[in-house]
Write a protein that binds this ligand. Structure first.
Ligand SMILES: Cc1ncc(COP(=O)(O)O)c(C=O)c1O
Length: 424
């Protein structure tokens, strides 16, 4: 309690912490406090520590760089930035060949959009309702996962056009009908609000994260690719959350037959050290002249060293992650049969959303059920967090190093919570 009052004394309340756990150590799946309590971390620092906390190889690479130098500030060049670029080139979607770097996901998105605007000489950006792209003034202007993110900050950036993203479950439609509806609205937007030749970029999360873990139906991304090609629009995938093993592939794009023109990455890229990146073809990035954008701390040498560890260690874990994902989906689908509160189970790989509803008929969101699960989890050594505009979707994001038994136990605890919630 004394610690928390010191915390409240000097740390601004605007920084929202999900729990009052005061961490002493974190290793692999587990976070522990100074009193010997521990929790299985199924939040992964909001989808960041995909290799588990303090992954030994990532830490060793960072430590070795700490002994050399920690900062360049774009004054001198260093090996880490090149190694990360070379390794990224091998795992990013086809056509992504060069990279620029920043510190956070929001900055990567801003960089990606600035790149699209500069190289197309167009001003407009189309985003999709339910997306989250960050909190800086530009990124928040692209964010529509929840109106609270813009509350108090209007006017946001102009020439940002919001089109629907297909949400079949929420809309009570099958996937095909939802895609048709979303694309129909996009066509109407081009008719009534903005001509396609004013649009620099489509900015889209292939799996909406914060907005409720909605994977894009393949036909939707395919259509965006076609429209982009037809009108010279850059297709930007925001893979800040869905990248680096989260979907049991390097990137969510790997699950689709569509490649982006520009990709934004962050979160898991350095397994907890602050680093983000955005990539495109040589042609596009070479058309952005020296100094048209920049950063002091981006591509920090220690963070780059950590990222080389991630890029070397992640690949071998992906097949196992697919097995874990199949297991988790099977368990949640079975749980759906026994729990009326579970309205929908969706996701890609280990990016799983379980939507909780008051009843299946109305699909009315049940945020209280989620709060109950969070509380029950914390009392039973489990950290699990929510997503979605109504905070009613279980954001199930184990690290790739979790075992099947650990995943089973987490789902047991969630089911226990649902049992006693439904019996109230
Ligand atoms: C898809 C996506 N883009 C961008 C961001 C912003 O990242 P950051 O909080 O590192 O600025 C997030 C963060 O949750 C995200 O999920």
């Amino acid at each position: 309690m004394e610690f928390l009052s010191r915390h409240h004394e000097v740390v601004a309340p605007v920084l929202a912490f999900d729990t009052d756990i005061v961490a002493e150590r974190a290793e692999g799946l587990w976070v522990s406090d100074a009193n010997g309590n521990r929790w299985a971390d199924f939040a992964c620092g909001t989808a960041v520590t995909n290799l588990g906390h303090n992954h030994p190889e990532v830490i060793a690479r960072a430590q070795s760089q700490l002994g050399r130098f920690v900062h360049s500030g774009m004054i001198f060049r260093y090996d880490g930035i090149v190694s990360v670029g070379e390794k990224l080139r091998k795992v990013t979607p086809a056509g992504i060949e060069k990279f620029s770097f920043a510190n956070s996901g929001a900055e990567a998105v801003e960089g990606a959009v600035k790149l699209a605007k500069y190289t197309t000489r167009r001003q407009g950006v189309v985003v999709f309702r339910g997306s989250f792209h960050g909190r800086t003034m530009g990124a928040v202007s692209y964010t529509t996962s929840n109106a609270k993110y813009r509350d108090g900050y209007h006017p946001v950036l102009g020439s940002v056009f919001v089109a629907p993203f297909p949400h079949p479950y929420r809309w009570g439609m099958d996937e095909g009908a939802a895609v048709d509806h979303a694309l129909g609205e996009l066509r109407l937007m081009f008719k009534h609000e903005v001509r396609p030749h004013n649009i620099a970029a489509f900015l889209v999360e292939p799996v909406q994260g914060e907005g409720g873990y909605h994977p894009a139906p393949p036909a939707f991304l395919e259509a965006l690719r076609e429209i982009s090609d037809e009108h010279g629009i850059k297709l930007i995938f925001d893979e800040v959350q869905s990248g680096f093993g989260r979907t049991a592939a390097w990137f969510a794009a790997d699950h689709y037959s569509v490649d982006p023109d520009i990709i934004a990455m962050g979160k898991g890229i350095a397994n907890g050290l602050p680093l983000s990146a955005y990539g495109a073809s040589v042609e596009v990035l070479d058309a952005w002249p020296v100094g048209a954008h920049g950063t002091t701390f981006g591509a920090n040498p220690v963070a780059c060293a950590a990222a080389t560890g991630v890029l070397d260690e992640m690949g071998p874990l992906l097949p196992g992650a697919r097995v874990l994902a199949d297991r988790a989906f099977e368990r949640f689908r079975k749980a759906q049969e026994n729990h009326q509160t579970i309205g929908d189970v969706r996701g890609l790989g280990l990016m799983i959303g379980v939507e909780l509803v008051k009843d299946r008929e109305s699909r009315e969101p049940d945020g209280a059920a989620m709060q109950h699960i969070t509380r029950h989890g914390l009392a039973n050594e489990l950290i699990v967090i929510a997503c979605g505009p109504d905070a009613n979707v279980i954001r199930f994001i184990p690290p790739l190093v979790a075992t099947e038994a650990e995943i089973d136990r987490a789902i047991d605890v969630i089911e226990e919570a649902l049992d006693n919630y439904e019996q109230r």
